[in-house]
Design a protein around this ligand. Structure first.
Ligand SMILES: [Zn+2]
Length: 196
């Protein structure tokens, strides 16, 4: 039943173009790095049918890990994490930042030994997923794998667990002091939740 990887990549590429989610310009990513390209996954996921398909594809990739639940860092991971959990038939929970640190709130619980897969929309440095995973292990759960719609890590997974993504996107990014666009005099835009 597994959908062919190339077919997924082609279909996802089409979705990115159609939704306008892939933007060009000068951006400061949530990791702090600067880039000439940005993926606004909120636009990719605004069509629920599209979101559901992405969740089903990610669930196919992650199914072998036999997760007890999916955990996602708010806000970016919530939609795709929920769709993935729905496709796997397991509970979904999210971590959120409160006073600077990532936490499990709203009465969500993880039991000791629970097999948790952390799902995010886009992984660049993997910081948010790693923080969510740290919350899981602090609750005694077991972090078994990571998943994302888009892998922007440029080939080197930042995780100590297996990492599955639907598409590897090679969009160069730089530390701000090495950014050629800043050097050219333009100012980086912070897209993120501001929706710019
Ligand atoms: Zn820059």
């Amino acid at each position: 039943m597994a959908t062919d990887q190339r077919a997924v990549e082609a279909e996802l590429g089409k979705m990115l173009r159609e939704s306008g989610a892939l933007r060009e310009g000068h951006f400061e990513l949530s990791s702090g790095r600067h880039s000439a390209g940005y993926v606004q996954c909120a636009l990719l996921l605004e069509d629920p049918v599209r979101a559901r398909r992405l969740g089903q594809w990610l669930a196919e990739r992650l199914g072998a890990f036999q997760a007890d639940s999916i955990l996602s860092p708010a806000l970016g991971g919530i939609l795709i994490g929920h769709e993935t959990a729905a496709a796997l038939g397991v509970p979904f929970r999210f971590t959120e930042r409160k006073e600077g640190s990532m936490r499990l709130r709203r009465g969500f619980r993880l039991r000791p030994g629970e097999r948790v897969v952390v799902v995010e929309d886009v992984v660049t440095t993997g910081g948010s997923s790693a923080e969510a995973a740290a919350v899981a292990t602090a609750h005694g759960a077991e972090w078994i794998a990571a998943g994302a719609i888009i892998d922007r890590t440029a080939g080197g997974s930042p995780f100590s667990v297996p990492f599955e993504s639907l598409l590897r996107l090679e969009l160069p990014s730089w530390p701000p002091d090495e950014c050629p666009l800043c050097a050219g005099g333009s100012v980086a835009e912070k897209p993120g939740s501001r929706g710019g």
